[in-house]
Ligand binder design. Sequence first.
Ligand SMILES: NC(=O)c1ccc[n+]([C@@H]2O[C@H](COP(=O)([O-])OP(=O)(O)OC[C@H]3O[C@@H](n4cnc5c(N)ncnc54)[C@H](OP(=O)(O)O)[C@@H]3O)[C@@H](O)[C@H]2O)c1
Length: 480
Amino acid sequence: MTVLKETIQVKRPATEAFAYLADFTTTTEWDATAREAAKLTPGPIATGTRFLVTCAMPVGSVDIEYEVAELDAPRKIVLRGRSRFFDIEDTITFTESGGTTRIDYQAQFDFKPLIRPFVGAMEPGLRRMGKASLKGLKQALDDRFPTPKLSGEDATADKLVLPKLARFTRLGYLRGRKRWNPVSADLRGKHVVITGSSTGLGFASAMELAHRGADLTLVMRNKARAEEVKRDILAETGNGNVALEIADLALLAEVDALVSRLLERGRPIDVLINNAGALYNEWQATSEGIERTVALLLISPYRLTLGLKPLLAAAGDARVINVVSGGMYSQKLSVDRLVAKEGEEFSGATVYARAKRALMVVTRHWARAWRQDGIVVNAMHPGWADTPGVKTSLPTFYAVTRFALRSPDEGADTIVWLAAATEAGKLSGQLLLDREPQTQYLLKGTEETAAERKKLLKFLDAYAPTAGATAASMPRAKAS
Ligand SMILES: NC(=O)c1ccc[n+]([C@@H]2O[C@H](COP(=O)([O-])OP(=O)(O)OC[C@H]3O[C@@H](n4cnc5c(N)ncnc54)[C@H](OP(=O)(O)O)[C@@H]3O)[C@@H](O)[C@H]2O)c1
């Protein structure tokens, strides 16, 4: 039997340290030997929850299947693991005093007979490993990581279109992930509003943010699906703090009614995620007479965010996250071409990309204008992720790329990071992919002029909520 014991002190309440460690998939964030970790059993973490952790060995790797044997919040966690080389019991105890928590971590190895003759020689290495892991855990919980910048390597890739596009695939995610820092920020008590959470990236973000303890308001347009989502989130995470709002966000009247309801509820919004979106291959106007792409992807998040600004400002340090698309790289802002006219040649992908480009420009404008309100505003693009939206709107693209696509969780990762990570709160006006700021213009000649930016704001001003932010008011102007 080999027993490793380490102690660390962190300036965090025991409840936060406990919540972080109870989800043992976080082990990949702080234990340098842990390469992959997955939760094997559905439902909230409880006694009996199982995790699979793959750890690097001097040669190859070993899979350890852990089971939570004891979960006494926020005092003690006991995990029992089995692998082909050893059984292990991790006992983690948390003792809080004056805002600091002492974490005592004991790992007890029981090696298989075949390994026992080598244990003496392995012990110093094991002890070093134990110390390094606990140092990593302390760093994770101290949560003082630098704000990411565009890395030199990425800046080079940005000048070359093909390497940049390769980053949009799952390989880009796997590569990016190697550089990431832990995210241990506690989201309990934070109010996060997410649009379009019925499927795809919105659903994946909602599930992960619920798992991290946030109180959610989920905006969907189908009531039955919304209730199903709420049930799924409760069943998987145990988080019942999920409010539902039903709205067709392509309709300004419904955006306004949503804003009115949320203002009436009066709960400050810590994070607003403008995620709802669609790529339409056919021209169609909404019942309010606006081409539906620009209505849903630009005018709607513009009006919603402005309408909710009092609640964002009331949060003190709110974050707005606009989900754009790498497709926007193909387009230069052109206000005259934002609203596709009926009867003209129509390319859904182009109109979509133009609207996303415009939302990026608005993101930067708000970032500057709202700094003094304590609101940071960023955009992210998910790369290419396997979601129902991509499958139905881009069937050929989907057929060709499906094996290289990211999962919805991987595509949503940067949304969750922007919402949760402490260091993300210091960024504003950025476009992110895989938790890193990106260039906003990839192709020569796609940077808009200051005059065009001004023109966009003038165009959008016609869709701003009316003073006193909106009692189901109709738009002051219509595009057609
Ligand atoms: N997946 C990718 O590779 C990718 C790449 C670049 C950008 N994006 C962007 O990521 C965001 C999420 O896309 P996704 O891939 O997750 O697509 P998705 O699976 O189709 O999900 C889109 C979400 O938006 C909602 N939505 C669509 N129209 C709406 C409306 N009029 N009112 C309210 N909600 C509406 C959908 O609700 P319903 O279920 O009711 O339709 C759904 O919840 C979008 O903004 C998209 O442009 C995705």
